[in-house]
Design a protein around this ligand. Structure first.
Ligand SMILES: Cc1cc2nc3c(=O)[nH]c(=O)nc-3n(C[C@H](O)[C@H](O)[C@H](O)COP(=O)(O)OP(=O)(O)OC[C@H]3O[C@@H](n4cnc5c(N)ncnc54)[C@H](O)[C@@H]3O)c2cc1C
Length: 551
């Protein structure tokens, strides 16, 4: 590998991030890399206009991947990635084959899962018929109220606002009156990631279209015309259209978060796994958006090109969020630099703030797809477009985390006499290092009679390894005495502070469907909470035998 001219780059995926990376690699290191796409589906679906399709306002474009791969001098292997053997540099596939790589880029997107039981889940092109059917039901008078719900978790919330506004415009155009439309979101403000001017603009658009708005609300299930919301009150509606919650598919031998996302550094290198990169919705970056996916893909491609010997100084990923909101009238362009101390105010305007004005802005992908589709894109900026230069500052993960509302993050209240996490946690959890082997950790778990260990780096919790992970690794026949815990742990674990009410921690465990919760204070591990301990504390409290702080 290096300047031999034949670094084998395997890109798992055939979507937005995969193609942007392939195009960027061709630009930076065409003579140094051979590119193979590992992608199960034969086509790339361009999702953004799927929102408009049921209203007859747009058409979902799709492109044949084999032809795209050929035009890039690459080839496609029709299979999905299931995991890797990091030592041998081979990828395992859904066809039970092995594909060798020098460098792997994981760009296999996220799985859209139903988030609101009982609701119509809108995942994109695949669900356009469901929305079309809903419009028929409204037209026939069968449905008089619809709520568009954004669940907590990793989502791209814009399509929910678009669906609501497009529905309102459709009803107006067809002279249908008296249908109640509502948007329900856990965001504090609509589209809060784009900043206050955009939020205000969306608020007034919703207002003008008679779409009600319920912010700061976490959705539960929907049944008998009632959508459960936390905090209450519940919402009555004939139908709920919900966005899905996104999760990453499990990939053996690659560290993933609880939701299956892959933590990466600013060059999109996967923490602790040599020669493996990730970009797009599969990464643990909280904003799941095509523009962000292409920016990560470009950062990864530059790092990969440099590793393959190309002469360039790879630039880190600087997220710039851009959005185009379809309203049924004039589309709105939104932009905000998602980093510390932006030098320009976030903007919301009727004019195109960047160019070409595609729904997914990728430096390489947008013009490439436009050419494939036979759409003309001007080579130069129009005179009216303002300066497009992004503000280049360090990532500010904290602000993004705060704004992205991807966590179940209700601030819990505390009742007199109620147990706190500190009262029921174990204060001496099994603490291991990321480079400890699976064998060593399994031995310590057995010695301590524990079922989970916190993986810490300088006292900071970076993962959790449960006995289920050890079993999973054994099933994949990895060498327990050679394999570091880092490759099989759940990365970036959800943690809870010791002062929280135990009941709130239990709610968190139930929302995340987990049995172990590391307890951290000032980013340092101070204990471990097990579901069993919380249940026991609740039972004792119920019988009056155990109160907060009882020994
Ligand atoms: C309705 C809707 C509207 C949207 N609107 C916008 C918008 O206006 N603007 C915007 O920027 N973004 C928008 N997005 C988000 C955008 O589509 C995604 O963020 C973007 O596609 C993510 O790119 P990706 O490459 O990570 O994943 P994807 O584009 O989803 O591609 C994933 C690829 O990986 C393949 N794959 C799956 N599993 C495996 C596996 N195991 N191994 C190998 N390959 C695998 C898939 O077949 C696919 O080819 C929208 C999304 C939806 C659903």
């Amino acid at each position: 590998m290096g300047d031999t001219g034949n670094t084998r780059v395997l890109i798992a995926g055939g979507g937005v991030a995969a193609l942007e990376a392939a195009l960027a690699l061709r630009d930076h290191a065409a003579d140094r890399v051979s590119i193979e796409l590992l992608a199960p589906e034969p086509e790339l679906w361009y999702q953004p206009l799927s929102v408009a399709e049921p209203f007859g306002l747009g058409e979902v474009m799709h492109f044949e991947l084999d032809a795209i791969a050929r035009s890039l001098g690459a080839h496609r292997t029709p299979a999905g990635l299931t995991g890797i053997d990091a030592w041998r540099h081979v990828a395992h596939t859904t066809r039970n084959t092995e594909v060798p790589y020098d460098i792997l880029l994981v760009a296999c997107g996220a799985l859209p899962l139903p988030a609101v039981p009982g609701a119509v889940t809108f995942r994109g092109a695949a669900d356009r018929e469901k929305v079309a059917h809903l419009l028929d039901e409204i037209a026939s008078g069968e449905v008089r109220s619809v709520a568009f719900a954004i669940p907590w978790g990793a989502v791209w919330s814009l399509p929910a606002y678009e669906l609501a506004l497009l529905t309102a415009a459709h009803l107006d155009a067809h002279g249908i009156r008296g249908v109640e439309l509502t948007v329900v979101t856990p965001e504090a403000e609509p589209l809060q990631l784009f900043g206050p001017p955009a939020s205000e603009a969306v608020r007034s658009l919703l207002d003008a279209s008679d779409v009600a708005l319920r912010t700061g609300a976490y959705t539960g299930g929907f049944g008998d015309g009632v959508l459960e919301l936390v905090p209450g009150p519940e919402l009555s509606a004939d139908r709920i259209v919900a966005l899905p919650r996104l999760e990453g598919a499990p990939l053996d031998g690659i560290p993933q978060t609880l939701a299956g996302f892959i933590p990466v550094d600013a060059h999109c290198h996967v923490h602790g796994v040599a020669d493996v990169y990730a970009a797009g919705d599969i990464t643990s970056f909280m904003v799941k958006q095509g523009g962000i996916a292409t920016q990560q893909a470009e950062a990864a491609a530059e790092a990969i090109a440099a590793a393959a010997g190309a002469e360039l100084d790879p630039r880190p990923f600087h997220p710039v969020l851009r959005g185009l909101l379809l309203t049924g009238g004039e589309p709105w362009y939104l932009r905000r630099e998602l980093s510390a101390a932006p030098e320009r105010a976030p903007a919301a305007d009727y004019h195109a703030l960047w160019w070409p004005p595609a729904k997914i802005v990728g430096r390489y992908l947008a013009p490439f797809l436009a050419e494939l589709a036979g759409v003309e894109t001007p080579a130069e900026l129009p005179a009216t477009a303002p300066d497009m230069v992004a503000v280049e500052v360090d990532l500010d993960a904290e602000t993004i985390a705060k704004l992205a509302t991807s966590q179940f993050a209700l601030e819990p209240g505390h009742r007199e006499g109620e147990s706190r996490v500190a009262d029921v946690m174990s204060r001496d959890p099994v603490l291991v290092a990321p480079e400890d082997t699976l064998g060593e950790v399994a031995e310590r778990l057995v010695q301590r009679g524990a079922t989970a260990a916190v993986v810490g780096e300088q006292g900071r919790p970076v993962g959790i390894l449960t006995t289920a992970d050890v079993v999973r690794a054994s099933a994949a026949r990895v060498q327990p005495n050679e394999t570091p815990v880092r490759l099989w742990m759940t990365a970036e674990p959800v943690t809870v502070p010791p002062h929280w009410p135990a009941a709130a921690a239990a709610l968190l465990m139930s929302e995340y469907r987990i049995h172990h919760l590391p307890v951290a204070e000032d980013d340092r591990v101070v204990g471990m909470l097990e579901l069993e301990d919380v249940r026991k504390a609740e039972m004792l409290a119920g019988t009056g035998l155990g109160a907060a702080g009882d020994e």
